[in-house]
Design a protein around this ligand. Structure first.
Ligand code: CP3
Length: 346
């Protein structure tokens, strides 16, 4: 591998500089992505390995990140379980019919990822060939709680009425759904590793909508089941629970190799909380990429300084890059990390 900084940082091994990649880096802020997207709908792109591989590699070529993340979506798993997935233009994803009853949960399938998600495995093989060892390839899945929220609400949500009602009124039903998701997601991650991804990130986008007690039971425990049982070979596992800064120590304790941080936490304080057992990933405010290159550099330096010297930091945004951010700003962030971080690794 030409550039293995990302994998070394995940393992807290010495690096010459801090590696950097960007959540949602294969996406609409890139004109090259929009050009491909103009010709195909989003799900066709996910399901056509040559196209998925092409857009996976775009940010490596264009903005110079130290890792690629497979172009796909967390919602292909509920689709493979039997739900109907549609991406509604400018309104986000829909999953139909929403899962609301015991019958709805019973109707969902266990997934054999080698069959039901074959297109993901083929895209991984194709992306690895295209990358040709330049940088590592990251695979991913949504957390059980996050996927359950899309499945029960039938799409995105502000109030999470239906899943929270089920959590309190029918906790056994929600637990049954989470158990099925936990098995499916673990097998899906294992299949991605077998197909060639070199690290896995679990996106727990909605863990942060829960109070600490319910977070532990309904979001963290299922992720612990996945991480502790996963046949992961030497692939590091990153757990990113957005909005769950109250639980960083607990996330580190479930066996994650890397804990992802949103931008509301001080990465230096997080390092003290999680200790030397895990690496940290993050955590620039995604909206800071609307500022000038000089101010982006200042904020990058501030995060590097707060993390401090030594290995175990993967630079990233604190959530996905926004679709209308200038490409030049993403490049400015990556370049600032590359130029400023060597001082912290001497
Ligand atoms: O990071 C990457 O670049 C890899 C690709 C990736 C996508 N989605 C592509 C995508 C990844 C890792 C995801 C994960 C994902 N998908 C999450 C978790 C990450 C997070 O941001 O918290 C979630 C919650 C989803 C569900 C999802 N998919 C939503 C809510 C939307 C619509 C919102 C939006 O941004 O428009 C999608 C669609 C989607 N997934 C797009 C992309 C590039 C936009 C589709 C388009 O081109 O129209």
């Amino acid at each position: 591998m030409t550039n293995d900084l990302f994998l070394r940082a995940c393992r807290r091994q010495p690096v010459e500089r801090t590696p950097v990649w960007i959540m949602r880096q294969a996406g609409r802020y890139l004109p090259e992505y929009r050009a491909v997207r103009a010709r195909h709908d989003f799900l066709t792109m996910c399901k056509t390995p040559a196209i998925a591989a092409e857009v996976t590699i775009q940010p490596v070529d264009i903005i110079g990140v130290d890792a690629a993340i497979l172009f796909s979506d967390i919602l292909v798993v509920p689709e493979a379980m039997g739900m109907q997935l549609t991406m509604v233009e400018s309104r986000g994803p829909r999953l139909d019919p929403p899962v609301r009853s015991a019958d709805d949960v019973h109707a969902l399938r266990e997934v054999d990822p080698e069959k039901g998600l074959r297109f993901v495995m083929d895209a991984i093989a194709e992306a690895r060939r295209g990358l040709n060892g330049r940088v590592p390839l990251i695979g991913f899945a949504g957390s059980p709680w996050t996927l359950a929220s899309y499945m029960i609400e039938g799409g995105g949500s502000k109030e999470f009425k239906n899943i929270k009602r089920m959590m309190l009124d029918e906790p056994e039903l929600l637990t049954k759904l989470l158990e099925l998701l936990t098995v499916n997601i673990r097998r899906y991650c294992e299949a991605q590793i077998a197909a060639g991804v070199q690290a896995i990130q679990i996106f727990d986008t909605w863990g942060g909508i829960l109070d600490p007690g319910h977070y532990r039971k309904f979001s963290l425990d299922p992720m612990f089941e996945i991480v502790s049982r996963m046949q992961k070979g030497d692939a590091p596992v990153i757990v990113f629970s957005k909005g769950a800064s109250h639980a960083l120590g607990e996330i580190a304790a479930i066996g994650a190799d890397v804990v992802g941080l949103d931008w509301t936490v001080d990465i230096g304080a997080a390092r003290s909380t999680t200790g030397e057992g895990v690496a940290l990933q993050g955590n620039l405010d995604p909206s800071f990429l609307y500022a000038s290159p000089e101010n982006i550099r200042k904020e990058v330096m501030s995060i590097l300084r707060r993390f401090g010297p030594g290995p175990g930091h993967i630079f990233n945004l604190g959530h996905g890059i926004l679709p209308d951010v200038p490409v030049a700003s993403a490049i400015a962030m990556v370049r600032s990390v590359h130029e400023e971080s060597p001082a912290f690794h001497r």
